[in-house]
Design a protein around this ligand. Structure first.
Ligand code: ADP
Ligand code: MG
Length: 411
């Protein structure tokens, strides 16, 4: 394997670099899927995982799937077993999936020993052992013993330095799985090395949860659009009366510092020009559009207004790359999803026409974009939640870093 080859992919060996036939492949997946009354209620994550598993299996690997599920806190909790999820995975794959009631030790070893080339096995919840979250070296070694190579396909868990995401990569030749590869590629395109001008849209409820993210973005993007309740804090910091809107008075100084940092870096900040206000926060409550200079004392801003959205959309033709985190309004309650939907539609259209690269992510952002119907038309929509946000903050994700170190194990 040539160094140059790896460098092109941002230093992560991928499945293209791996010889997997006849090998025991320890595949870290994210099987932490939503479950309702013992049934997987959203198959999206499993469906996205399936092609990578099929590829390994078709190439003759013995696929051994590792994952955490929920928070059993280092103890065996029957209700948090991965068994029903292994069954759902089997249905999605359309192939048999074996299950082992432990992820290390004799039970796991016996299950692995029974595998034929192409077989798929899911091991029990890694978090049933305290060593997982402690990143205990003995536990990592016990996991590593089960495989010949390690493939991490769980970007969404890569912000945790746990045994199955980080420790195990110290023992085995390590590769990025197909989902990890796609995610890293999209993130690199959006922020690592974007086609400029690049615009970030940051919105949502609080400045306080996104301080690191805002501080990182002002150094990286050309245009920063701020919406959501977060924009209320910025408006109030600039002296506007935001009535009873959700905002953070103790962060006004911080907001002003961010605005100054942006100006110093040549990052243009776009704040709302108008907002949709209501006196109460309820579905279909009477609401009206006002300019930001005219927010009534007894009203709250629950969405950005049409003039603001139109102003954002007018800037789209000059933008080449967009990265989006945070709904522009309280989208869960109609009609305060309007601005988010309108902007999502415009971005989806520009993406379809090949004019921009668009990447979105964040728990509520994914829900909002799904509701808007635009999610399928973005270049990439990350379902990684916390890992996506930490990556937007400019942090090095231990699970990703471990992969770039991991190929030194290939000797
Ligand atoms: P993500 O999970 O995508 O990172 P956040 O959690 O930061 O996004 O923000 C989403 C939340 O912000 C949503 O629950 C939404 O209702 C809320 N929100 C956005 N704008 C407003 C607003 N003007 N007033 C109150 N809540 C808002
Ligand atoms: Mg959220």
């Amino acid at each position: 394997m040539s160094g140059e080859h790896l460098e092109k992919r941002g230093l992560h060996a991928t499945l293209d670099d791996a010889q997997v036939a006849g090998k025991r492949v320890l595949l870290r997946a994210d099987l932490n899927v939503p479950v309702h009354e013992g049934k997987v209620s959203d198959l999206t994550r499993l469906e996205r995982l399936a092609p990578g598993i099929r590829e390994l299996s078709d190439k003759g690997a013995k696929v051994i799937v590792l994952s955490h599920f929920d928070r059993p806190k280092g103890k065996r909790v029957e209700a948090l077993s991965l068994r029903p999820i292994a069954r759902a995975l089997s249905a999605v794959l359309g192939r048999e999936v074996a299950f082992a009631e432990d992820c290390i030790g004799p039970v796991a070893e016996a299950a692995v020993a029974k595998l034929h080339d192409g077989d798929v096995l899911v091991l029990e919840n890694t978090r049933f052992h305290a060593g997982e979250e402690e990143n205990n070296p003995d536990f990592s070694a016990a996991l590593a013993k089960l495989g010949d190579i390690y493939v991490n396909d769980a970007f969404s868990a890569a912000h945790r330095a746990h045994a199955s995401t980080e420790g195990v990569a110290r023992h085995l030749p390590s590769f990025a799985g197909r989902l990890m590869q796609a995610e890293l590629h999209a993130l690199e395109q959006a922020l690592g090395n974007p086609v400029r001008p690049v615009c970030a849209i940051v919105a949502g409820s609080k400045v306080s949860t996104k301080l690191d993210l805002l501080n990182n973005l002002v150094t990286k993007v050309d245009i920063l659009v701020i919406g959501g309740a977060m924009a209320n804090t910025f408006l109030a910091a600039q002296g506007y009366d935001v009535g009873i809107s959700l905002q953070e008075p103790n962060l006004h100084e911080t907001a002003r510092t961010i605005l100054k940092a942006a100006a110093a870096k040549g990052c243009e900040i776009l704040l709302p020009l108008d907002v949709v206000v209501a006196e109460t926060f309820a579905p279909d409550t009477p609401s009206k559009v006002v300019k930001i200079t005219e927010i009534p004392h007894n009203a709250m801003a629950l969405d950005v207004g049409p003039e603001t959205v139109a102003a954002f959309i007018r800037r789209l033709p000059e933008i080449r790359t967009i990265i989006w985190n945070g709904p522009l309004g309280a989208f869960e309650t109609k009609p305060f999803d309007t601005a988010t939907n309108m902007l999502a539609e415009a971005i989806a259209q520009a993406t379809k026409e090949g004019k921009i690269i668009s990447v979105g992510g964040g728990g509520d952002t994914v829900s909002a974009l799904k509701l808007s119907g635009a999610h399928d038309h973005l270049t990439y929509l990350s379902s990684a939640g916390g890992a996506f946000l930490e990556w937007m903050e400019g942090k090095i994700l231990p699970g990703v870093e471990a992969l770039s170190k991991g190929f030194s194990n290939m000797g």
